[in-house]
Write a protein that binds this ligand. Structure first.
Ligand SMILES: NC(=O)c1ccc[n+]([C@@H]2O[C@H](COP(=O)([O-])OP(=O)(O)OC[C@H]3O[C@@H](n4cnc5c(N)ncnc54)[C@H](O)[C@@H]3O)[C@@H](O)[C@H]2O)c1
Ligand SMILES: [Zn+2]
Ligand SMILES: [Zn+2]
Length: 381
């Protein structure tokens, strides 16, 4: 089959690779119909995630058609259309039974921190991803959700990751009716968090970024006010100014370890790698949020040391919530919101390309050029 493979930092290629096969009775193999590129793929693309091996196929946001089923699979048949959560989860372990599928103990048992994730590094199990013609999906009776006949793949593709992640980000904010919610980062995750904040009762939503097209999309798609980092300078002061000096009730970090905006954090965390990336967006969130407020983190951070102002958070009495999203838990609810027209995932997709053009898509998305927010690859045309 044709598949995107990682070769080196800033270098991916599409080449021939053996077709995936059933390796376990509970597996299915999908013919991939759509595979999106995520901000999390950029951390891999930049070579920032340990144990990202040459030849790995990225891609954890995909839909597909069941091509082959293992002998143990009961709920899926050849020809079924499915959308797959980015977490590989078993459905039966301690955490999966509690709905915390992002902490599944079975899909990456040698790692205490992370469950299996499709198309990520070997620290998350080494599962090949969906930016390919075919992909193997383990625990197939639990993870994949059948796509209802009245919906198209494009309607549900982003239920694999960014909609649930943004929604969980807003939910972890514990938003009360009328709250002011600030969202750092206007990528697909931040935009989904901003839109979800309204759905959860926010009275005001402010989105922060420095990329023109994304700020406009925050206004248009998510109905947010915006703080433009290119012109407003200090976002903490800008947010305080807009909230009578007190700060937003809730701040959501939808940026993560590659945040720009602090020479010091960039030097220590991204260049010298003495900390696991730059935590400047999170730092701003902690400084900006009002006392007794909540900071919700869905931007990804590496596990070793991070420069986070924990003393500020402690003295302000903040609630900090954070997680890799437990995608499966949110799929049914978000599917209904999509169906009801209250969430429009198609509106986030700015680019569509054949799989063969994936290297170009990565470059475009990485540089945030041409208004690129979400790029969808089409492995079968
Ligand atoms: N927790 C989860 O389960 C989960 C799931 C998906 C993605 N993520 C993470 O969420 C983050 C966002 O993903 P995405 O796909 O939207 O990425 P993206 O790269 O498309 O968007 C990130 C945005 O942050 C902006 N930004 C950079 N520095 C900033 C700063 N200091 N303040 C405000 N904005 C800043 C960039 O301009 C960019 O628009 C990534 O870290 C990704 O790994 C987490
Ligand atoms: Zn993702
Ligand atoms: Zn599990």
């Amino acid at each position: 089959m044709r598949a995107l493979v990682y070769e080196a930092p800033y270098r991916v290629r599409v080449r021939e690779k053996p077709d995936p096969a059933i390796e376990h009775p509970d597996d299915v193999v999908l013919r991939v119909t759509r595979a999106a590129i995520c901000g999390s793929d950029l951390h891999l693309f930049h070579g920032l995630v340990p144990d990202t091996r040459v030849g790995t196929t990225f891609g954890h946001e995909f839909t597909g058609v069941v091509e082959e089923t293992g002998p143990g699979v009961r709920s899926l048949r050849r020809g079924d259309r499915v959308v797959v959560p980015f977490n590989v989860s078993c459905g039966t372990c301690f955490y999966c039974r509690r709905g915390v599928t992002a902490d599944c103990e079975s899909s990456n048992p040698s790692n205490e921190l992370a469950c299996g994730v499709y198309g990520y590094s070997h620290t998350t199990g080494g599962y090949d991803g969906g930016q390919a013609e075919y992909v193997r999906v383990p625990f197939a009776d639990f993870g994949p959700m059948k796509i209802p006949d009245d919906l198209e793949d494009d309607d549900v593709l982003l239920l694999s990751d960014v909609l649930p992640t943004g929604y969980q980000g807003a939910e972890m904010g514990g938003i009360q009716e009328g709250d002011t919610v600030a969202v750092f980062g206007c990528g697909a995750v931040g935009l989904a968090a901003a839109r979800s904040a309204w759905l959860l009762g926010a009275g005001r939503v402010v989105a922060i970024d420095r990329v023109e097209a994304r700020l406009r999309m925050a206004e248009r798609w998510a109905g947010a006010e915006t703080v433009d980092l290119r012109t407003e300078g200090d976002p903490v002061a800008a947010l305080k100014d807009r909230t009578r000096g007190r700060g937003p009730d809730v701040c959501i970090d939808a940026v993560g370890l590659e945040a720009s905006g602090s020479a010091f954090q960039t030097l220590v965390g991204r260049k010298l790698k003495l900390a696991a990336g730059s935590a400047i967006a999170l730092s701003w969130a902690i400084h900006a949020v009002r006392k007794d407020g909540t900071v919700s983190i869905v931007g990804v951070y590496g596990p070793p040391a991070n420069l986070v102002p924990i003393g500020v958070a402690m003295n302000k009495g903040l609630t900090l919530r954070m997680a890799q999203a437990s995608v499966k838990r949110y799929m049914p609810h978000l599917l209904e919101l999509v169906r009801a027209g209250r969430l429009d995932p198609r509106g986030l997709v700015t680019h569509r390309m054949p799989l063969e053009h994936a290297p170009k898509a990565y470059a475009l998305f990485d540089r945030k050029e041409d208004g690129c927010v979400k790029c969808v690859l089409l492995p079968h045309g």
